[in-house]
Design a protein around this ligand. Structure first.
Ligand code: SF4
Ligand code: SF4
Length: 706
């Protein structure tokens, strides 16, 4: 394309070509700058957000997730198509600018010439063709095949399909114009016997050139100018139209990915820049109106591509609850567009709950993280949902069923309202005490190296207490010098914080931190992923924490724990990844390694496992809240296990155990399916040495953990 005559030399337009194209450039750029500035107005009024740390880590993520399109292949067909379109755009960028600049001067096309230039032209001929075809395929998919994840149920607003298809059409026109420009130029050169490099075989420009090759020079020149003009106008129209719809993500997604949250498992502070001890000076907690969101969260709303992957993986959505994360973004973006219009005055300050979000929608989330894991643009939901809940709590808007457990947490340090002195009763079961008497660190008693943090559900729920006893026996078998806090241990506050009760969480954290420090332990272990996540991410200045599955895996590897073969060879086991062990903390392999170390254990994977695991429905105080739903999440999960051919579900979380056992009954699978915690299975399968010259099993020392 080197040496193309600029259309600016033309004088047979209504105005001289030079002026016409200069006007198009100036108008296009000015309009785009104005529109983007208007779109950014709410961000200037938003809450602070600290996202300027760790620039190298952030850059690496841009390379991986934005440029490298890392998450796209999780949906094979759509993902590969997006990668092709994205790569096409990147490759075509230089060519598009070069063609645009032709309109300003006798402009020798920038950059590439010679062999490299020809190679670039070949590659971009194909790129334009692929992008053009992808636009057609994408439009047909949206209009004819209508994948379910693009659908917009009436309760979530109106469909944006027309907007999406219109934009696909514009891009197709841009590619066609670019190709016709190259085709007519080459055909003209051939007609004039000028030296010309051939177009890429079977590419769109090549096909177009074949079609117009026999035209007169005048026709080719007219086609060339028309293609050029259409390219210029479409380019700027597209640029300025994108900020009005889902395609705005083309401009904003790079920034959303760069500023994305780096630390999994954490929850944002109530107000960035306000220390916990100064929270009493904060006049209003959480998000109540649009401007209470942080600027990054607003940027997320603009960056959402409406691809539906988050909602497709959201268990709340699958269970028919009134929540689909995608629409949290889309509704907020529509709100921003309406209340911060490009033309006209901003009209802000409407309460979000009751206007764009419903209460049930916000309480329906289990904070499982499936949406965030799936989003190719790393858009965040949990922090936004927690902030919206904080806002509701601040207004005294707490669901009826949750008022009692919250009060109990305040007065007794656990959601069940049980007496604190009964906290260690699970360890006093007669048959358990005969083999294992656990030391309680109560201020007078110190000297343990490891603290077993039990947390409320395992301490007080009759069924889950068995997990506590199994954990203690495993720790003892592994030779850990461990103890518990007993009455001094309060609820970890994990669910309380994600429920939005920040001040209550902080009070629980303070009491636990003091007790842990006082105990003098060097490390903490827990069998509850919620406690694990809280202690690891929400607490500060306490010893390192491990989940019991990590400890068992290490001991198995070191040969300190050995297993006897499973008795029932007909059992098929499926491991269910608890959200706060898997997705939020990436502990996927250790529990599986433990299971695989048990001789004769037949383990299979469910359709949704590891980072795509399907939440059982227990997170975010959901054990105490009954949202409107069509089918329980736990029941859906149990059905997935049955589909995979499993008859035993192994999990590593007491919350999962409650839900899954309950779901087995609801699904009518009692007797055909069972659930067991990893600690219970390990405890059952440990090969304990029998005393010499005796067939009776050796009793463990009376005091567990030395
Ligand atoms: S965190 Fe889980 S339940 Fe909540 S919106 Fe995301 S996927 Fe749905
Ligand atoms: S949040 Fe992410 S996954 Fe969900 S629709 Fe938007 S871009 Fe897609």
């Amino acid at each position: 394309m080197v040496g193309v005559i600029s259309p600016t030399v033309l004088h047979d337009w209504l105005v001289p070509g030079r002026n016409l194209f200069l006007a198009i450039h100036v108008l296009g750029i000015a309009a785009f700058a104005y529109i983007v500035a208007r779109r950014l107005t709410p961000l200037a009024r938003a809450q602070r957000d600290f996202r300027f740390d760790r620039p190298l880590t952030r850059l690496k993520r841009v390379f991986k997730y934005w440029l490298g399109q890392w998450k796209h292949p999780r949906y094979k067909f759509a993902g590969i198509m997006h990668i092709l379109i994205f790569a096409g755009f990147i490759l075509l960028a230089q060519r598009a600018f070069a063609v645009l600049l032709l309109g300003t001067e006798h402009f020798p096309l920038t950059g590439l010439s010679g062999e490299v230039g020809h190679l670039y032209d070949i590659v971009t001929d194909y790129a334009a063709t692929i992008v053009f075809l992808c636009m057609i395929v994408a439009a047909v998919r949206r209009l004819v095949f209508k994948p379910a994840r693009y659908a917009v149920p009436a309760k979530f607003g109106k469909s944006h399909t027309a907007d999406a298809v219109f934009l696909l059409g514009l891009i197709a026109i841009l590619m066609a114009a670019d190709s016709l420009f190259a085709a007519s130029k080459t055909a003209g050169s051939v007609l004039r016997d000028q030296p010309v490099e051939s177009l890429a075989y079977f590419s769109l420009p090549w096909i177009l050139q074949s079609l117009i090759a026999s035209s007169s020079l005048a026709t080719l020149w007219a086609l060339n100018l028309t293609a050029f003009l259409v390219h210029e106008i479409t380019f700027y129209f597209l640029l300025c139209y994108r900020p009005f719809g889902i395609q705005f993500h083309v401009e904003t997604s790079l920034f959303s990915v760069y500023f994305a949250k780096l630390d999994k498992g954490t929850v944002k502070p109530v107000r960035w820049g306000v220390a916990d001890e100064n929270l009493d000076q904060v006049r209003s907690f959480g998000v109540k109106v649009f401007e209470d969101f942080t600027w990054k969260h607003m940027l997320d709303f603009y960056s959402c591509a409406d691809c539906g992957r988050c909602a497709d993986n959201c268990p709340a959505n699958a269970a028919g609850r009134p929540l689909a994360p995608r629409f949290l973004s889309i509704k907020a973006r529509d709100y921003a567009f309406e209340h911060y219009p490009v033309f006209g005055k901003a009209d802000n300050g409407k309460p979000l709950i009751g206007n764009i979000y419903s209460e049930d929608e916000i309480w329906s989330c289990t904070t499982c993280g499936a949406c965030e894991e799936e989003c190719p643009l790393l858009i965040e939901y949990i922090d936004k949902i927690v902030d919206l809940r904080r806002g509701m709590i601040d207004d005294g808007n707490v669901p009826q069923s949750l008022q009692k457990p919250l009060k109990a947490l305040e007065s007794r340090g656990n959601p069940y309202g049980k007496m604190e002195k009964k906290k260690a009763d699970w360890a006093k079961a007669k048959d358990f005490q005969q083999t294992c008497s656990i030391k309680v660190l109560d201020g007078k008693n110190r000297g343990a190296e490891t603290l077993y943090f039990v947390d409320s559900i395992t301490s007080y729920d009759d069924r889950m207490q068995s997990i506590g006893r199994a954990t203690a026996r495993i720790l003892d078998h592994a030779g850990e010098n461990f103890a518990i806090l007993g009455a001094a241990e309060k609820d970890s506050g994990h669910e309380v914080r994600r429920f939005g009760e920040e001040m209550l969480f902080q009070s629980l954290r303070e009491q636990n931190t003091e007790a842990i420090k006082e105990s003098g332990v060097q490390r903490i272990v827990t069998a509850d992923p919620h406690a694990y996540n809280a202690l690891k991410h929400d607490y500060k200045d306490i010893p390192p924490v491990e989940h019991i599955s990590q400890l068992i895996a290490r001991e198995v590897k070191a040969g300190k724990i050995e297993f006897k073969p499973v008795e029932n060879k007909g059992n098929v086991y499926a491991y269910h990844d608890p959200c706060y062990l898997g997705r939020h903390n990436e502990v996927y392999d250790d529990p599986r390694a433990v299971l695989d170390a048990i001789p004769g254990l037949n383990r299979i994977e469910m359709r949704r496992s590891r980072d795509r695991s399907f939440c059982c429905g227990g997170g975010g105080l959901m054990l105490f809240y009954e949202p409107k739903e069509e089918e329980r999440m736990g029941v859906l999960r149990v059905k997935m296990a049955a589909e995979a051919g499993a008859n035993v579900i192994v999990t590593a979380c007491p919350f999962c155990m409650v839900n899954i056992e309950d779901a087995i009954k609801v699904a009518g699978l009692e007797g055909k399916m069972s659930a067991i915690d990893l600690t219970e299975l390990v405890d059952q399968q440990i090969a304990r040495k029998a005393p010499e010259n005796s067939e009776a099993p050796k009793l463990e020392p009376a005091t567990c953990g030395g």
